[in-house]
Design a protein around this ligand. Structure first.
Ligand code: PLP
Length: 459
C-alpha cells in the first residue's frame, strides 16, 4: 500500500505531469520520465517502488544505508530528538547531541583526528576541508601554500571547490571556469596503467609522481593532496599497498597535508571504521559523509588534528574558521549519527562488513567463467567488477556499446536489484546486515544480467 500525504495516486507518482517538475542527480530527466523509479518504503536490504515491486538494495542507496532500511533504534533516536530540540544555529550555539557525537566520533577516527566540524553533505565536507587547509596555512605564516593537488577520475563533490578538485571532465566542463589553484595527477589503475607500466616493477610511479609535481609547482605553494582511499567513481579502484605510505612520506617531506576523502569509504564500508585504517596510514584531514547517519538524516563532517584546530583558537575574531552552514551539527542529524555509531559498535557491524565483503568477493569470482570479467576489486562491502572484451589484453568493450551500462540497467529493470554502473564496470555495496544467502542472490542476479546482455550483444 502506497503511503500518501496528499491524495496522490500510484499513477500520479509515475506521471510526467509531476516528474517534469523535478530534477534528479546526473540523470537525463527525459529518460527518467519514460522509465521512472519511485520508491515508497524500505525494510532491511529491500525497497519497494510505488507499484509494490520489491528490489534488493545492492548498493545501499549509494554507499549510504549501511544498517539497511527501517532500523528502529535510529528511527527512535530521531523521533525522540525531534520532540526535544529540532534545530539550533551553529552560528550562535551548539547542542547536547552535537557535543556527544563529536566526542564519540573522535574515538573512532585515525590517531589524533579528534577535532570535528559536523556538516550535512559530502560536498560540504570536501569544500570545507579545502578551505580549512588554506586558512590554516594562511594564518600560520605560510600564506603562499594554497594549491590543492588531486587525481584525475576522483570525485569529491559538486560545489565549485570540490568540483575543481574532482578529476572527471564530463562533470566539470559545463561549469568552467572553475576555481583557481588546483592541479591533478594520474590515479593508480593497475588494470590499465596510465603509464603503461606493470606493478610491482613500476615502483608505484603513480604515487612517486606527486613529488615531482610538488617540486614543479614549488613546495611553498602546495597546501594539500586530496584523494579517495578507494577510487569509487571509477569502479572501486584499490591502490597498491605501497601507494598511501609513499604519498604520506612525500607530503611529510614538503609540509603538504593529506585530505582523505572518506565520504564513501567511511564508517565501516571498507571493513574497518575508516579507509585510512584499512590502508594503515594517518591523513591530516578526513572528510566523512554518506554512511555517518546511514541515510536516516543528512550528515557529514571533517575531522582534523587538534594542532590544526589550535591555529584557529585565539582572541582574534579574524582567526576563527571563516566557514559554516546553517544545518551544521543539527541535533536531529547528530542523534541519528549517535544511534548509527552505537549500532555499528554494539552489533559489531564493521567486522561483519569485512566478513561478508570477503564472502561476496569470493562469490563474484564465479562470474569470471562468463568470460568478460576483467577485474574484481574493492574492500569490505565496497566491491566492483570491471568488464573486458578480451581477457588477455584487457581491451574494454567499445564505449558506444555501453556494456556495463546495459548490465547495470538489466540488474535494475529485470533483476530488480539496485547497483551503480558505468560503460566499463558495475559496483555492488549492500548493507552490512546482509546474510550469506542474500549475497548468493546478489551474485545470481548479477550473473543473469551479464548473460542477458551478452546474449543481446551477440544477436
Ligand atoms: C568520494 C566522494 N566525495 C564526495 C561526494 C559528495 O557527496 P554529496 O553527494 O553528499 O555532496 C561523494 C558522493 O558520491 C563521494 O563519493
Amino acid at each position: 500500500m502506497v503511503t500518501t500525504m496528499t491524495g496522490f495516486t500510484t499513477e500520479d507518482y509515475l506521471s510526467s505531469k509531476y516528474l517534469r517538475h523535478m530534477v534528479l542527480d546526473f540523470i537525463q530527466m527525459g529518460q527518467f520520465m519514460r522509465e521512472p523509479l519511485v520508491y515508497d518504503r524500505g525494510e532491511g536490504i529491500w525497497v519497494w517502488d510505488v507499484n509494490g515491486e520489491k528490489y534488493l538494495d545492492g548498493i545501499s542507496g549509494v554507499w549510504v544505508t549501511s544498517l539497511g532500511h527501517s532500523n528502529q533504534r535510529v528511527v527512535n533516536a530521531i523521533k525522540n530528538q525531534l520532540e526535544k530540540l529540532a534545530f539550533c544555529s551553529p552560528i550562535l550555539s551548539t547542542n547536547t547531541r552535537a557535543v556527544e557525537y563529536v566526542e564519540m566520533l573522535g574515538k573512532t577516527t585515525p590517531e589524533g583526528l579528534t577535532t570535528i566540524k559536523i556538516l550535512s553533505g559530502g560536498s560540504e565536507a570536501t569544500e570545507t576541508a579545502i578551505k580549512l587547509v588554506r586558512q590554516y596555512f594562511h594564518q600560520t605564516g605560510r600564506p603562499s601554500k594554497k594549491t590543492i593537488i588531486s587525481r584525475y577520475n576522483n570525485f569529491h563533490g559538486v560545489t565549485i571547490g570540490a568540483l575543481t578538485a574532482t578529476g572527471m571532465a564530463d562533470r566539470k566542463i559545463p561549469f568552467e571556469p572553475l576555481a583557481g589553484g588546483f592541479r591533478h595527477i594520474a590515479p593508480p589503475y593497475c588494470l590499465r596503467c596510465p603509464y603503461k607500466l606493470k606493478y610491482p616493477e613500476c615502483d608505484v610511479l603513480c604515487a612517486r609522481i606527486l613529488e615531482q609535481v610538488i617540486q614543479y609547482e614549488g613546495p611553498e605553494t602546495v597546501a594539500a593532496f586530496i584523494a579517495e582511499p578507494i577510487q569509487l567513481s571509477t569502479g572501486n579502484i584499490v591502490p597498491p599497498p605501497e601507494y598511501w605510505p609513499i604519498i604520506r612520506e612525500i607530503c611529510d617531506k614538503y609540509d603538504v597535508m593529506i585530505i582523505l576523502d572518506e565520504v564513501a569509504t567511511g564508517m565501516g564500508r571498507t571493513g574497518k571504521m575508516w579507509g585510512a585504517q584499512t590502508f594503515e596510514f594517518t591523513p591530516d584531514v578526513l572528510c566523512m559523509g554518506k554512511g555517518m547517519a546511514a541515510g536516516y538524516m543528512p550528515l557529514s563532517g571533517v575531522a582534523f588534528r587538534d594542532e590544526v584546530a589550535d591555529a584557529f583558537i585565539s582572541d582574534k575574531k579574524e582567526m576563527a574558521f571563516a566557514d559554516g552552514h546553517t544545518y551544521g551539527g543539527n541535533p536531529v542529524a547528530c542523534a541519528a549519527g549517535i544511534a548509527v555509531l552505537q549500532e555499528l559498535q554494539e552489533r559489531n557491524l564493521v567486522e561483519r562488513c569485512a566478513l561478508m565483503g570477503h564472502y561476496l568477493k569470493e562469490k563474484l569470482e564465479d562470474l569470471r567463467e562468463l568470460g568478460v570479467v576483467g577485474d574484481i576489486r574493492g574492500k569490505g562491502l565496497m566491491l566492483g567488477i570491471e568488464f573486458a572484451q578480451n581477457l588477455e589484453t584487457m581491451e574494454p568493450f567499445p564505449r558506444q556499446l555501453g556494456f556495463g551500462i546495459k548490465v547495470g540497467r538489466t540488474c535494475i529493470q529485470q533483476e530488480k536489484m539496485l547497483v551503480r554502473y558505468s560503460p566499463d564496470w558495475v559496483a555492488v555495496a549492500p548493507p552490512f546486515i546482509i546474510e550469506k544467502d542474500e549475497i548468493d542472490d546478489i551474485v545470481e542476479r548479477l550473473g543473469r544480467a551479464i548473460i542477458t546482455v551478452l546474449n543481446q550483444t551477440r544477436e
